[in-house]
Design a protein around this ligand. Sequence first.
Ligand code: PLP
Length: 439
Amino acid sequence: MQTTANQFLKPITTKINHVNNIEIGGCDLVELADKYATPLYVLDEKTIRQIANDYKTALPEVNIMFASKALCTSALTKILVSEGLGFDVVSSGEIYTVYKAGADMRKVLFNGNNKSFDELNLALDFGVGRISTDNFYELALLNTIAQSKNKMADILLRITPGIECHTHEYIQTGHLDSKFGFDLTQIDEAVELILNEYTNLKLHGLHAHIGSQIFETSIYKDEIDILCGVISRLDKKFGIKLEEINIGGGLGVKYTEKDEPPSIYEVGEIITDSLKKSSEKYNIPSPKIFIEPGRSIISTAGVTLYTIGSSKQVPHGKKYVSIDGGMADNPRPSLYQAKYYAEIANSKETNQTEKVTIGGRYCESGDVLINEIELPKLEEGDILCVYNTGAYNYSMASNYNRVQKPAMVLVNEGNSDLIVKRETLEDLIAHDIIPDRLK
Ligand SMILES: *Cc1c(COP(=O)(O)O)cnc(C)c1O
């Protein structure tokens, strides 16, 4: 089976160059750190386009919508628009970003378990193609808004199919205690309301999302089978022909040597095969299928560069080495013990290695980016390259400790372009207001 970049630890263009520094997208990482300062997010355009192409080739009949919550910036959106992808969005901010970057709004799906009046309003005004309705409250709210605009809202029903992925295994139950979507036992009531009362809602299909960092492709087979079964049952009961199923995202990536995510081609085979089998089994026309990968499209393409600063040897304990970033630019290790792989980007004279723990600069003991990694003996000023930071790093970043968010550069064939400016001290106070009586 052909390998795909989500199965690699590093961007596909990563190499050691003639001065023994690491190079990505033809750019020397040490030069990037000099030019743009650190911490710095770096995105490799070739890796992004390669993965987008693998998705298109492996799943020719499937509509691919990038889950913007993994990384939403204007330049990245432009790249994915040029690759023909659609977008899964979850807020007014994401709708606005993809709209301004020129996305075809008909290929945009709006998701979320508590979309506000303003957000639903904006979605209808911007012509978002599908709204995945999540609960009874939202059906009523959306119908009212659509009515007031004299519009039909094109919707999917988000359902909880009773399977859930816990990364290396998955559980199947009749229903799940999930905050997302309609339980299998609530679908009929929702469909009845849509058909009889909510005359400004047009139901096109079903939507589910079963988890993240998925390694086991058979979960998609079970999901497709459940969704096809529901479509067939709703047809028999209500005579309603649902033509679309959106199976969510979730394909895994390789954060460390231990991770073994499947190839996108393996996912493609199982989806194509299951769709055929399940639609035959339930005797329904094969539905149009949508998939919403986030992490697997963007994670591997991104690395973060940090500069090594202070270090501390705890007597009889760990050696801590500190970097100029941490939990505010990458909250995943402190949020859920996410693991990362890293290397030193600059050439090192010594072959000597040592086991160190990479500590962040933020005022929390939990701000440890990597717990115990073997690296060449570190000195201050070394440039640390942390791999697989493209997804859920910048998009989850904060200004904790009143630190400016880093810049992001796009690299390709020796060129580097700034695509997100580093925040300035002025940016940090730009939204502050001092009331007159305090002046
Ligand atoms: C988060 C999410 C995705 C993307 O998940 P990845 O693991 O990043 O692929 C897709 N669809 C929905 C509904 C989500 O909530």
